[in-house]
Design a binder for this molecule. Structure first.
Ligand SMILES: [Zn+2]
Length: 294
């Protein structure tokens, strides 16, 4: 689907739902592809039909980099994410602590998912870097929170933002990795709202043209809703395990049985990050391993 003369939306397999993601193709004097996780068939077709000069990665998660190795392009990613792209097994360390119960399953999962051990990174970018593609300039907007080097890309002239995993899905923000940060995520949502984009292309939702401010607000509000649910539960003392079992974030019915091993630890990490935030703010206390409201 063409968004402008130069910018083409590539919908991921299964509407770009995880484990797939949407891509953006910019065909200008320089041709650039943002993210390569739209599914094997779509990515293979693109790799053979187009000469892609730049492969720009929004961040290093498996559903965005899965087919990076199909392209003979200059590979670009934020400097904080580059080490994982160079050595994909580092991704496991972002999802589970060393020696954790799911380390082995996670290792197998990532190896099955990503067909390469690592690839060369040609360009490590930072906040404000501009990809000058001809008529089109894409500005790097560093938006940590989901991951440390998570980046969005903004075409200021056309007011089009590729927002990656600030994805505006009904699930809400995801911060289930060790390098995720809720405060940063909140700041990043506010940061992209201030850019006043007229079109947002997100990794798992697609092209969004209407009510962008309201949709960003609803998305942000999810974080506070989760926090309020946790505070409610902490009317009486509970452990991290007990709160995790309540499945506040993933919800009970939504988790495919085959992936339950992975979702529960991620729920735990996300709850833990909320507890850290609430504790720092003085809203909750901790006695031994039990939390409760102050
Ligand atoms: Zn991600």
């Amino acid at each position: 689907m063409n968004i402008t003369d130069h910018i083409i939306f590539i919908k991921g397999t299964d509407k770009g739902r995880y484990p797939y993601s949407n891509s953006l193709l910019v065909k200008d004097e320089t041709t650039a592809l943002i993210d390569a996780g739209a599914g094997e068939e779509r990515m293979r077709k693109l790799a053979t039909s187009e000469k892609i000069d730049l492969l720009i990665n929004s961040h290093c998660h498996e559903d965005h980099i899965a087919y990076d190795n199909l392209f003979r392009s200059k590979v670009c990613i934020h400097k904080f994410e580059a080490p994982v792209l160079r050595s994909v097994k580092k991704l496991i360390e972002l999802y589970c602590e060393e020696g954790s119960l799911i380390e082995e399953e996670m290792t197998i999962f990532i190896q099955n998912f990503i067909n390469f051990d690592g690839i060369e990174v040609d360009l490590e970018f930072e906040e404000g870097y501009i990809f000058d593609l001809g008529d089109t300039q894409l500005k790097v907007i560093h938006t940590p929170g989901h991951s440390r080097g998570h980046s969005c890309f903004f075409d200021e002239k056309e007011k089009i933002l590729f927002s990656a995993d600030i994805d505006l899905t009904s699930f809400g923000p995801w911060y289930g990795a060790i390098d995720s940060n809720i405060d940063d995520f909140i700041a990043s949502i506010k940061k992209i709202r201030r850019l006043k984009p007229e079109i947002i292309v997100s990794s798992h939702k697609g092209v969004i043209k209407e009510d962008i401010d309201a949709k960003l607000d609803i998305y942000l509000e999810k974080i506070y809703e989760r926090e309020n649910k946790i505070l409610d539960l902490l009317q009486r003392e509970r452990t991290l395990e007990e709160i995790t079992k309540e499945s506040i974030i993933y919800g009970d019915g939504k988790i495919p049985e085959s992936l339950r091993w992975m979702y529960e630890p991620m729920e735990r990490i996300m709850i833990e990050k909320h507890l850290g935030r609430l504790f720092k703010r003085g809203d909750i206390r901790r006695v031994d391993d039990r939390f409760s409201i102050v």
